[in-house]
Design a protein around this ligand. Structure first.
Ligand code: TXA
Ligand code: MG
Length: 352
Protein backbone atom coordinates (compact mmCIF):
# COMPACT_ATOMS: atom_id res chain seq x y z
CA UNK A 1 0.00 0.00 0.00
CA UNK A 2 1.22 3.49 -0.77
CA UNK A 3 1.23 5.72 2.31
CA UNK A 4 0.32 9.29 1.49
CA UNK A 5 2.30 11.86 3.47
CA UNK A 6 0.61 15.22 3.89
CA UNK A 7 2.30 18.16 5.58
CA UNK A 8 0.15 20.70 7.44
CA UNK A 9 1.28 24.11 6.17
CA UNK A 10 -0.91 26.68 7.89
CA UNK A 11 -2.52 27.58 4.56
CA UNK A 12 -6.20 27.04 5.39
CA UNK A 13 -7.30 26.01 1.90
CA UNK A 14 -4.55 23.43 1.48
CA UNK A 15 -4.92 22.15 5.02
CA UNK A 16 -8.65 21.73 4.62
CA UNK A 17 -8.00 19.37 1.70
CA UNK A 18 -5.78 17.26 3.98
CA UNK A 19 -8.53 16.94 6.60
CA UNK A 20 -11.09 16.09 3.92
CA UNK A 21 -8.82 13.40 2.52
CA UNK A 22 -8.30 11.98 6.01
CA UNK A 23 -12.04 12.07 6.71
CA UNK A 24 -12.66 10.00 3.60
CA UNK A 25 -10.07 7.43 4.65
CA UNK A 26 -11.35 7.15 8.24
CA UNK A 27 -14.97 6.87 7.15
CA UNK A 28 -14.00 4.01 4.87
CA UNK A 29 -12.25 2.05 7.59
CA UNK A 30 -8.69 3.15 6.72
CA UNK A 31 -5.82 4.32 8.92
CA UNK A 32 -4.36 7.80 9.37
CA UNK A 33 -1.38 8.66 11.59
CA UNK A 34 -1.54 12.13 13.12
CA UNK A 35 0.31 14.29 15.66
CA UNK A 36 -0.99 14.92 19.16
CA UNK A 37 0.53 17.00 21.97
CA UNK A 38 2.05 13.81 23.45
CA UNK A 39 3.20 11.53 20.59
CA UNK A 40 1.96 10.64 17.09
CA UNK A 41 -1.12 8.37 17.06
CA UNK A 42 -2.22 5.74 14.55
CA UNK A 43 -5.91 6.43 14.02
CA UNK A 44 -8.88 4.44 12.82
CA UNK A 45 -12.65 4.61 13.40
CA UNK A 46 -13.05 3.43 17.01
CA UNK A 47 -16.53 2.06 16.40
CA UNK A 48 -15.44 -0.02 13.41
CA UNK A 49 -14.13 -3.38 14.61
CA UNK A 50 -12.30 -3.94 11.32
CA UNK A 51 -10.44 -0.65 11.59
CA UNK A 52 -9.18 -1.66 15.05
CA UNK A 53 -8.03 -4.98 13.63
CA UNK A 54 -6.06 -3.11 10.97
CA UNK A 55 -4.43 -0.98 13.69
CA UNK A 56 -3.24 -4.06 15.59
CA UNK A 57 -1.94 -5.59 12.36
CA UNK A 58 -0.07 -2.46 11.20
CA UNK A 59 1.66 -2.10 14.59
CA UNK A 60 2.24 -5.80 15.09
CA UNK A 61 0.50 -5.33 18.45
CA UNK A 62 -1.13 -8.15 20.41
CA UNK A 63 -4.90 -7.76 20.07
CA UNK A 64 -5.47 -7.96 23.83
CA UNK A 65 -3.70 -4.63 24.36
CA UNK A 66 -6.54 -2.07 24.20
CA UNK A 67 -6.62 1.20 22.26
CA UNK A 68 -7.36 4.74 23.46
CA UNK A 69 -10.43 6.38 21.92
CA UNK A 70 -9.84 10.04 21.03
CA UNK A 71 -12.72 12.52 21.18
CA UNK A 72 -13.23 16.22 20.44
CA UNK A 73 -16.17 17.12 22.72
CA UNK A 74 -17.62 16.15 26.10
CA UNK A 75 -20.82 14.64 24.67
CA UNK A 76 -18.69 11.82 23.33
CA UNK A 77 -17.79 10.83 26.88
CA UNK A 78 -21.42 9.92 27.56
CA UNK A 79 -21.78 8.03 24.30
CA UNK A 80 -18.71 5.89 24.87
CA UNK A 81 -19.24 5.23 28.59
CA UNK A 82 -22.28 4.03 30.53
CA UNK A 83 -21.04 5.49 33.79
CA UNK A 84 -19.26 8.82 34.12
CA UNK A 85 -18.53 9.34 37.82
CA UNK A 86 -18.41 12.87 39.21
CA UNK A 87 -14.66 12.59 39.62
CA UNK A 88 -14.27 11.77 35.93
CA UNK A 89 -16.24 14.82 34.95
CA UNK A 90 -14.20 16.99 37.31
CA UNK A 91 -10.96 15.70 35.74
CA UNK A 92 -12.31 16.15 32.22
CA UNK A 93 -13.21 19.75 32.97
CA UNK A 94 -9.81 20.45 34.47
CA UNK A 95 -7.43 18.61 32.11
CA UNK A 96 -9.21 18.26 28.76
CA UNK A 97 -8.35 18.92 26.09
CA UNK A 98 -4.94 17.66 27.12
CA UNK A 99 -2.60 14.75 27.91
CA UNK A 100 -4.94 12.73 30.14
CA UNK A 101 -6.62 9.40 29.38
CA UNK A 102 -9.45 8.13 31.58
CA UNK A 103 -10.56 4.50 31.91
CA UNK A 104 -14.34 4.17 32.29
CA UNK A 105 -16.98 1.46 31.91
CA UNK A 106 -17.67 1.12 28.20
CA UNK A 107 -21.00 1.44 26.42
CA UNK A 108 -22.29 -1.09 23.89
CA UNK A 109 -21.32 1.00 20.87
CA UNK A 110 -17.61 0.41 21.55
CA UNK A 111 -16.56 -2.87 19.92
CA UNK A 112 -14.56 -5.27 22.06
CA UNK A 113 -11.77 -5.33 19.48
CA UNK A 114 -11.10 -1.66 20.34
CA UNK A 115 -10.94 -2.41 24.08
CA UNK A 116 -8.95 -5.62 23.72
CA UNK A 117 -11.90 -7.58 25.10
CA UNK A 118 -12.24 -5.44 28.26
CA UNK A 119 -15.49 -4.02 29.62
CA UNK A 120 -13.79 -0.66 30.11
CA UNK A 121 -12.71 1.93 27.55
CA UNK A 122 -9.82 4.41 27.53
CA UNK A 123 -10.87 7.92 26.46
CA UNK A 124 -8.81 11.02 25.73
CA UNK A 125 -9.51 14.48 24.31
CA UNK A 126 -6.23 15.71 22.80
CA UNK A 127 -5.37 19.41 22.70
CA UNK A 128 -3.16 19.35 19.60
CA UNK A 129 -4.88 21.40 16.94
CA UNK A 130 -4.36 18.82 14.18
CA UNK A 131 -5.70 15.96 16.31
CA UNK A 132 -8.64 18.00 17.48
CA UNK A 133 -9.61 19.13 13.99
CA UNK A 134 -9.13 15.67 12.52
CA UNK A 135 -11.60 14.15 15.01
CA UNK A 136 -14.11 16.99 14.69
CA UNK A 137 -14.01 17.25 10.90
CA UNK A 138 -14.06 13.48 10.32
CA UNK A 139 -17.02 13.04 12.63
CA UNK A 140 -15.62 9.78 14.03
CA UNK A 141 -14.20 8.81 17.41
CA UNK A 142 -10.62 7.90 16.65
CA UNK A 143 -9.00 4.83 18.21
CA UNK A 144 -5.29 5.57 18.29
CA UNK A 145 -2.35 3.86 19.90
CA UNK A 146 1.06 5.46 19.51
CA UNK A 147 2.04 5.25 15.82
CA UNK A 148 5.11 3.03 16.28
CA UNK A 149 5.81 -0.60 15.56
CA UNK A 150 4.94 -2.51 18.73
CA UNK A 151 7.93 -2.56 21.11
CA UNK A 152 9.66 0.48 19.54
CA UNK A 153 9.81 3.92 21.15
CA UNK A 154 6.72 6.06 20.52
CA UNK A 155 7.10 8.48 17.58
CA UNK A 156 7.54 12.16 18.30
CA UNK A 157 8.29 13.12 14.70
CA UNK A 158 6.76 12.20 11.35
CA UNK A 159 10.10 10.67 10.35
CA UNK A 160 9.67 8.07 13.12
CA UNK A 161 6.20 7.15 11.87
CA UNK A 162 7.46 6.91 8.30
CA UNK A 163 10.27 4.57 9.40
CA UNK A 164 7.87 2.25 11.25
CA UNK A 165 4.63 2.30 9.26
CA UNK A 166 5.28 3.45 5.71
CA UNK A 167 3.52 1.07 3.31
CA UNK A 168 1.24 -0.27 6.05
CA UNK A 169 -1.22 2.61 6.52
CA UNK A 170 -3.15 4.97 4.24
CA UNK A 171 -1.89 8.36 5.34
CA UNK A 172 0.43 10.26 7.65
CA UNK A 173 -0.38 13.84 8.60
CA UNK A 174 2.87 15.59 9.36
CA UNK A 175 3.10 18.51 11.78
CA UNK A 176 6.16 18.20 13.96
CA UNK A 177 4.88 20.29 16.82
CA UNK A 178 4.49 17.34 19.18
CA UNK A 179 5.31 19.07 22.41
CA UNK A 180 5.35 16.78 25.42
CA UNK A 181 7.07 13.74 23.93
CA UNK A 182 5.72 11.13 26.38
CA UNK A 183 2.32 9.42 26.20
CA UNK A 184 -0.66 10.72 28.20
CA UNK A 185 -1.17 10.05 31.90
CA UNK A 186 -3.70 7.22 32.27
CA UNK A 187 -6.07 7.20 35.24
CA UNK A 188 -8.56 4.40 35.91
CA UNK A 189 -11.89 5.70 37.21
CA UNK A 190 -13.80 2.48 36.77
CA UNK A 191 -12.94 1.33 40.32
CA UNK A 192 -13.62 2.78 43.76
CA UNK A 193 -10.28 4.55 44.23
CA UNK A 194 -8.89 6.25 41.12
CA UNK A 195 -5.61 4.64 40.07
CA UNK A 196 -2.84 5.97 37.84
CA UNK A 197 -1.90 3.25 35.35
CA UNK A 198 0.67 5.26 33.42
CA UNK A 199 2.45 8.40 34.70
CA UNK A 200 2.74 11.37 32.37
CA UNK A 201 2.75 15.14 32.15
CA UNK A 202 -0.25 15.33 34.48
CA UNK A 203 0.99 14.06 37.83
CA UNK A 204 -0.48 12.39 40.91
CA UNK A 205 -0.38 15.74 42.69
CA UNK A 206 -2.28 17.40 39.84
CA UNK A 207 -4.97 14.72 40.01
CA UNK A 208 -5.22 14.87 43.81
CA UNK A 209 -5.77 18.61 43.76
CA UNK A 210 -8.98 17.97 41.82
CA UNK A 211 -10.37 14.67 43.16
CA UNK A 212 -8.55 13.80 46.40
CA UNK A 213 -6.96 10.41 47.01
CA UNK A 214 -5.37 8.77 43.99
CA UNK A 215 -3.40 5.52 43.95
CA UNK A 216 -0.43 4.67 41.77
CA UNK A 217 -0.42 1.23 40.22
CA UNK A 218 2.54 -0.53 41.86
CA UNK A 219 3.67 -1.93 38.51
CA UNK A 220 4.64 1.57 37.34
CA UNK A 221 8.15 1.95 38.68
CA UNK A 222 10.30 -1.13 39.26
CA UNK A 223 11.80 -1.54 42.70
CA UNK A 224 15.37 -0.42 43.17
CA UNK A 225 17.59 -2.78 45.14
CA UNK A 226 20.69 -1.48 46.91
CA UNK A 227 24.16 -2.62 45.82
CA UNK A 228 25.66 -2.68 42.35
CA UNK A 229 23.97 -5.83 41.16
CA UNK A 230 21.79 -5.21 38.11
CA UNK A 231 18.18 -6.27 38.35
CA UNK A 232 16.97 -9.16 36.21
CA UNK A 233 16.13 -7.92 32.72
CA UNK A 234 12.43 -8.91 32.93
CA UNK A 235 11.96 -9.13 29.18
CA UNK A 236 8.20 -9.21 29.33
CA UNK A 237 8.24 -5.61 30.55
CA UNK A 238 10.44 -4.45 27.73
CA UNK A 239 8.68 -1.76 25.74
CA UNK A 240 9.74 1.51 24.20
CA UNK A 241 12.97 -0.28 23.50
CA UNK A 242 15.80 0.33 21.06
CA UNK A 243 18.03 -2.55 19.99
CA UNK A 244 20.82 -1.43 22.32
CA UNK A 245 21.22 -2.93 25.77
CA UNK A 246 20.53 -0.08 28.20
CA UNK A 247 21.63 0.05 31.84
CA UNK A 248 20.39 2.85 34.09
CA UNK A 249 22.71 3.94 36.86
CA UNK A 250 21.29 5.57 39.95
CA UNK A 251 22.96 7.30 42.92
CA UNK A 252 25.21 10.18 43.86
CA UNK A 253 26.18 12.07 40.69
CA UNK A 254 29.94 11.63 41.03
CA UNK A 255 29.62 7.90 41.71
CA UNK A 256 27.25 7.52 38.76
CA UNK A 257 29.68 9.26 36.43
CA UNK A 258 32.63 7.17 37.68
CA UNK A 259 30.67 3.92 37.36
CA UNK A 260 29.50 4.73 33.84
CA UNK A 261 32.98 5.77 32.70
CA UNK A 262 34.39 2.51 34.04
CA UNK A 263 31.69 0.23 32.55
CA UNK A 264 31.78 1.98 29.17
CA UNK A 265 35.53 1.49 29.04
CA UNK A 266 35.09 -2.25 29.65
CA UNK A 267 32.43 -2.51 26.93
CA UNK A 268 34.61 -0.54 24.52
CA UNK A 269 37.44 -2.97 25.16
CA UNK A 270 35.10 -5.81 24.18
CA UNK A 271 34.67 -4.07 20.83
CA UNK A 272 31.09 -2.95 21.46
CA UNK A 273 29.69 0.27 20.02
CA UNK A 274 28.84 2.19 23.18
CA UNK A 275 27.09 5.40 24.21
CA UNK A 276 26.27 7.41 27.31
CA UNK A 277 22.88 9.01 27.92
CA UNK A 278 23.53 12.15 29.94
CA UNK A 279 22.30 15.65 30.73
CA UNK A 280 23.58 19.19 30.13
CA UNK A 281 24.86 19.22 33.69
CA UNK A 282 27.08 16.15 33.30
CA UNK A 283 27.90 15.83 29.60
CA UNK A 284 31.45 17.13 30.02
CA UNK A 285 32.22 14.54 32.72
CA UNK A 286 32.32 11.67 30.23
CA UNK A 287 35.48 11.33 28.21
CA UNK A 288 33.58 9.49 25.51
CA UNK A 289 32.97 9.96 21.83
CA UNK A 290 29.23 9.18 21.93
CA UNK A 291 27.47 11.19 24.62
CA UNK A 292 23.76 11.68 23.86
CA UNK A 293 22.37 14.63 25.79
CA UNK A 294 18.69 14.49 26.73
CA UNK A 295 18.39 18.02 28.08
CA UNK A 296 18.77 19.86 31.34
CA UNK A 297 17.80 18.54 34.77
CA UNK A 298 16.56 22.07 35.47
CA UNK A 299 13.96 21.55 32.74
CA UNK A 300 12.58 18.02 32.90
CA UNK A 301 10.19 18.74 30.06
CA UNK A 302 13.15 19.08 27.70
CA UNK A 303 14.25 15.61 28.76
CA UNK A 304 10.77 14.16 28.24
CA UNK A 305 10.61 15.73 24.80
CA UNK A 306 13.93 14.27 23.64
CA UNK A 307 13.87 10.81 25.23
CA UNK A 308 12.20 8.84 22.43
CA UNK A 309 14.19 10.59 19.72
CA UNK A 310 17.43 9.69 21.47
CA UNK A 311 16.30 6.07 21.93
CA UNK A 312 15.64 5.89 18.19
CA UNK A 313 18.97 7.56 17.41
CA UNK A 314 20.76 4.67 19.13
CA UNK A 315 19.31 2.31 16.51
CA UNK A 316 20.09 4.70 13.68
CA UNK A 317 23.70 4.97 14.85
CA UNK A 318 24.11 1.24 15.46
CA UNK A 319 24.77 1.64 19.20
CA UNK A 320 24.90 -1.70 21.07
CA UNK A 321 25.53 -0.79 24.71
CA UNK A 322 24.17 2.27 26.54
CA UNK A 323 24.70 3.52 30.08
CA UNK A 324 22.20 6.12 31.24
CA UNK A 325 21.84 8.41 34.20
CA UNK A 326 18.56 8.09 36.10
CA UNK A 327 15.67 10.48 36.67
CA UNK A 328 13.77 9.70 39.80
CA UNK A 329 12.18 12.83 41.11
CA UNK A 330 8.46 13.29 41.48
CA UNK A 331 6.46 15.04 38.76
CA UNK A 332 7.46 14.46 35.14
CA UNK A 333 10.67 12.74 36.25
CA UNK A 334 8.55 9.80 37.31
CA UNK A 335 7.09 9.47 33.82
CA UNK A 336 10.56 9.74 32.27
CA UNK A 337 11.93 7.08 34.60
CA UNK A 338 8.94 4.80 33.94
CA UNK A 339 9.67 4.83 30.17
CA UNK A 340 13.41 4.57 30.67
CA UNK A 341 13.10 1.54 32.97
CA UNK A 342 11.02 -0.22 30.33
CA UNK A 343 13.45 0.71 27.57
CA UNK A 344 16.19 -0.81 29.74
CA UNK A 345 14.18 -3.98 30.39
CA UNK A 346 14.44 -3.11 34.13
CA UNK A 347 18.26 -3.11 34.16
CA UNK A 348 18.94 -0.69 36.97
CA UNK A 349 22.13 -0.37 39.01
CA UNK A 350 22.37 1.56 42.29
CA UNK A 351 25.83 2.87 43.19
CA UNK A 352 25.35 4.56 46.56
O1 TXA B 1 -0.60 10.02 24.59
C1 TXA B 1 -1.19 8.97 24.30
O2 TXA B 1 -1.93 8.40 25.10
C2 TXA B 1 -0.97 8.39 22.90
C3 TXA B 1 -1.57 9.38 21.90
C4 TXA B 1 -1.58 8.86 20.50
O3 TXA B 1 -2.85 9.73 22.31
N1 TXA B 1 -1.55 7.09 22.78
C5 TXA B 1 -0.99 6.00 23.37
O4 TXA B 1 -1.64 4.80 23.08
O5 TXA B 1 -0.01 6.05 24.07
P1 TXA B 1 -0.99 3.37 23.34
O6 TXA B 1 -1.94 2.41 22.71
O7 TXA B 1 0.38 3.36 22.85
O8 TXA B 1 -1.06 3.19 24.87
C6 TXA B 1 -2.32 2.98 25.47
C7 TXA B 1 -2.18 2.33 26.79
C8 TXA B 1 -1.79 0.87 26.66
O9 TXA B 1 -0.81 0.60 27.63
C9 TXA B 1 -3.08 0.14 26.98
O10 TXA B 1 -2.83 -1.10 27.58
C10 TXA B 1 -3.76 1.10 27.93
O11 TXA B 1 -3.46 2.35 27.42
N2 TXA B 1 -5.23 0.93 27.90
C11 TXA B 1 -6.07 1.18 26.88
N3 TXA B 1 -7.33 0.86 27.19
C12 TXA B 1 -7.30 0.41 28.46
C13 TXA B 1 -8.29 -0.09 29.36
N4 TXA B 1 -9.55 -0.18 29.02
N5 TXA B 1 -7.88 -0.48 30.60
C14 TXA B 1 -6.58 -0.39 30.96
N6 TXA B 1 -5.59 0.08 30.15
C15 TXA B 1 -5.95 0.46 28.92
MG1 MG C 1 2.29 2.82 22.68
Amino acid sequence: METRIRVVSGDEKKDNLIYEEAKEILNNGGLVAFPTETVYGLGGDALDANASKKIYAAKGRPSDNPLIVHIADLDALYKLSVEVPEKALALAKKFWPGPMTMILKKSDIVPSTTTGGLETVAIRMPSHKVANRLIAQSGVYIAAPSANTSGKPSPTRAEHVINDLSGKIDMIIQDDTVDIGLESSIIDLSEEIPTILRPGYITKKDFEEVIGEVRIDPAIVGEVKPGVKPKAPGMKYKHYAPNAEITIVEGDTKKVVDYINEEIKKADELGKKTAVMATDETKSCYGHEHVYVLGSREDELSIAKNLYKVLRDFDKDGIEVVYSESFDSADVGQAIMNRLIKAAGHKLVKVD
